[in-house]
Design a protein around this ligand. Structure first.
Ligand code: MG
Length: 361
């Protein structure tokens, strides 16, 4: 079959001539030949498949630069790219869904702050930070108070980066009205980031200093969560353990995009590489979330020195079986050290209870 006119090719591909001219201008689907005198475009029937692929990818919302890249790939590699693109779209949608839920909670909280429907909850808590068996210094920092729990894992020679970040959060431990949890957390996170930046600017050898930060603030029966990096927060509720933070790491994004399995991630050479952190030249995009706490909930905040070597099942067992937060953090740190203790390890455990139960305990 010879070359097709743009009209014939448009009919065959079910694309409009206008779309074909656009794809030509964008370099996505150049005609097989353009008449040098008339400027008429001529298409090869073999280009039909690519025309349809471009149209489908446009319908997915894929950016044009990505479409061009996908069209150049062999089918198997192209399939991988489409899968990865869609995983990114879903992750982005999930992040925006969380933000929307957060804002709904936040705005509702403004009305219910003064209500006495909810029992006032409090926490019993403990924190323990340990150098581990291999490292010479402890760059982790942890804090636990009646209203603030925090874990920070410093890096870049920054022994004090984690402490600086947590220090900036400490005013929250004096209490925050429920309706102001969002703004108070956000302001505190920015104060923390400024403290880390000031530390980096104070000494040329600390230029790349930075830290992770995972922290919770309590107000009545609600809690606000701020999270950046690969420290984690877990919730034990009704005997089940939920990870309530998402690691900001390169390997987690590879898992999300379906490029590697969680098993492969455990031994991945880049498993410590952070996508987001506080300082250290990383993007400062912390996650924020609001949650309703319940009596009997148990929370764990920990650095990767725990989760890197202690299986989730063991973490769940300790949280569920140990009724004293102090004993729980000691047992968790001991488990990490028994597994070789390759990294600094910090654990914060909090048990939620009604105020009355707390004071009489
Ligand atoms: Mg660590």
């Amino acid at each position: 079959m010879g070359l097709l006119t743009i009209g014939a090719f448009a009919r065959a591909s079910r694309l409009s001539p206008k779309a074909l001219r656009l794809y030509d201008e964008l370099g996505l689907l150049p005609p097989a030949r353009v008449d040098p005198y008339s400027g008429y475009r001529r298409y090869d029937p073999a280009q039909l498949e690519r025309a349809r692929l471009v149209a489908w990818l446009r319908r997915l919302g894929m950016p044009l630069a990505d479409i061009r890249a996908v069209c150049e790939l062999a089918p198997e590699a192209a399939a991988r790219e489409v899968r990865a693109y869609w995983a990114r779209v879903e992750a982005d949608t999930a992040a925006r869904r969380d933000l929307a839920a957060f804002l709904v909670d936040h705005l509702s909280g403004k009305d219910t702050t003064m209500s006495s429907d909810h029992p006032t909850l409090g926490i019993r808590y403990a924190v323990l930070s340990d150098t581990g068996s291999v490292r010479e210094s402890n760059d982790d920092a942890g804090y636990a108070g009646p209203r603030l729990l925090a874990v920070a894992d410093g890096f870049g020679g920054g022994r004090h980066a984690g402490e600086a970040a947590i220090e900036a959060l400490k005013p929250l431990d004096a209490g925050v009205p429920g309706g102001e949890l969002l703004s108070a957390l956000e302001e505190a996170a920015h104060r923390a980031r400024e403290s880390v930046s000031a530390l980096a600017a104070s000494d040329p050898t600390l230029r790349d200093v930075g830290t992770t930060l995972t922290a919770m603030v309590w107000s009545g029966s609600r809690l606000g969560l701020v999270h950046i990096g690969d420290s984690r927060a877990y919730l034990l509720r009704d005997g089940e353990l939920f990870q309530i933070t998402h690691d900001h790491t390169v390997v987690q994004s590879l898992i999300d995009e379906g490029r590697i399995t969680p098993e492969e991630a455990a031994s991945h050479p880049q498993r410590a590489l952070l996508l987001r952190a506080m300082g250290g030249g990383s993007a400062f995009e912390p996650d924020f979330a609001l949650r309703d706490a319940r009596a009997e909930d148990r929370y764990l905040l920990c650095s990767d020195g725990l989760t890197g070597v202690v299986p989730t099942g063991e973490i769940r067992r300790v949280l569920a079986s140990e009724d004293d937060p102090g004993r729980a953090v000691r047992e968790l740190v001991a488990l990490a050290n028994r597994a070789g203790g390759p990294d600094n390890v910090t654990c914060v455990v909090a048990h939620v209870a009604e105020q009355g139960a707390l004071t009489s305990a």
